[in-house]
Write a protein that binds this ligand. Structure first.
Ligand code: SF4
Length: 378
């Protein structure tokens, strides 16, 4: 088995953003303490199930806002992981952070604990937009957080950005892109705002308080991000992700190339030995199941070879480098053209896919509507 990526979901935030449909609860010390004990027990159970000390090549603490746990709790998670797994030298260790939870001491402690990649939720450079999103920080706080992170020794920073807000204009988004670039991050993720019905923003939109950003404008903002960030030297390596050379996120790449990862914590997903499973989402259920000595799995699915081929295409095509036709054939014993010949020909004729030597990849036209392409392979 190749080295695993380890994802740990920390389900707490200082406050809930207006658009958030992630599994996250308001931070509460007692709940966080129970979560940490449960996570430790889940690590024990999972490590025992895997047998031996499985090798780990990347660790990603996501959420939620892992940094609202504080440095000591995060260090204890790493200690526990190291006790039950073999964390390989050079492992990429990412922690997601929101600016309102960061301070110089916490950042120094995280860096000392071995965290070598920090992903900061900036989202926008405009405080009116940040308030609209219900974020708990100003742009000034983002700038401070980046300065503190650099002083603490971090040399690999990601900034998360969101575009397509109701009422957002192209020039507002351009300002966010420019301010993000001025902070000099090694990596930028740019996501189209998804409006989920069961969120305060979703309900406000349903009640007619705001109109969604028109699709055409969101498309222009996305293309602006590609042009602006690539002109600044970032490589657009995945639909929503941009990195300076060599700074692509190694952990997230696992999801797109079909390599194994183990997810721990509520709602975490795993992919290992041709199986996918998801943990229960509710924190209470998660804690109760693990306290009863059970793995907190809500659903598990053994993938058929046909499903794995489908995934290899629709996940692999997320990478702008595309899918290697010979690599696919080596993995599955059949070339993509033999399995999806009709779909590939149609998408090539529509200008959504192109073939370059051994690679099949999305065209620029397809990037904003990539789901249309992916649907052809599902
Ligand atoms: S910081 Fe992220 S996870 Fe937390 S509430 Fe906001 S969007 Fe949700």
């Amino acid at each position: 088995m190749s080295a695993l990526g380890l994802y740990i979901h920390v389900p707490f935030c200082r406050r809930k953003c207006n658009y958030c449909d992630f599994v996250s609860y308001p931070y509460d010390a007692a709940a966080a303490s129970r979560y940490l004990q449960t996570l430790a027990q889940e690590i024990r159970l999972r490590a025992a199930r895997l047998g031996g000390k499985a090798a780990i090549g990347s660790i990603y603490l996501g959420g939620g806002t892992p940094t609202c746990l504080g440095a000591a709790a995060i260090e204890s998670i790493f200690e526990f992981v190291a006790r039950h797994f073999t964390v390989l030298p050079g492992t990429e260790i990412t922690v997601e952070a929101n600016p309102e939870t960061l301070n110089p001491e916490l950042l120094r402690a995280l860096h000392l604990a071995g965290v070598n990649r920090l992903s900061i939720g900036m989202q926008a450079a405009n405080d009116t937009e940040l308030r609209f999103l219900g974020r708990g920080h100003t742009f000034r706080r983002v700038v401070e957080a980046v300065e503190w992170a650099r002083r603490a020794g971090f040399t690999n920073l990601n900034l998360d950005l969101i575009f397509g807000l109701p009422g957002q204009r192209l020039k507002d988004w351009e300002k966010t892109l420019k301010e993000a670039l001025a902070l000099g991050p090694e990596h930028i993720s740019a996501y189209d705002l998804e409006i989920h019905p069961e969120t305060p923003l979703g309900r406000a939109v349903a009640a007619g308080a705001y109109a969604c950003c028109p699709e055409e404008e969101a498309r222009e903002m996305y293309l602006m991000a590609i042009d602006c960030l690539t002109a600044a030297g970032y490589r657009h390596y995945e639909i929503s992700n941009f990195a300076l050379p060599g700074k692509e996120c190694r952990h997230n790449r696992l999801y797109w190339v079909g390599e194994p990862y183990l997810g721990l914590g509520p709602a975490a997903h795993s992919y290992l030995e041709h199986r996918r499973w998801a943990n229960v989402a509710a924190l209470q259920d998660y804690c109760d199941l693990v306290a009863g000595g059970k793995l907190p799995v809500a659903e598990e699915h053994a993938l058929t070879p046909a499903e794995e081929m489908s995934e290899a295409l629709f996940l692999g095509l997320r990478l702008t480098a595309g899918v290697s036709l010979s690599g696919f054939a080596a993995r599955f014993g059949r070339r993509p053209e033999a399995v999806y010949g009709r779909e590939i020909s149609r998408l090539v004729a529509q200008g959504l896919l192109c073939r370059e030597g051994d690679l099949l990849r999305l065209t620029r036209t397809a990037l904003p509507v990539a789901n249309v392409v992916f649907a052809a392979f599902v």
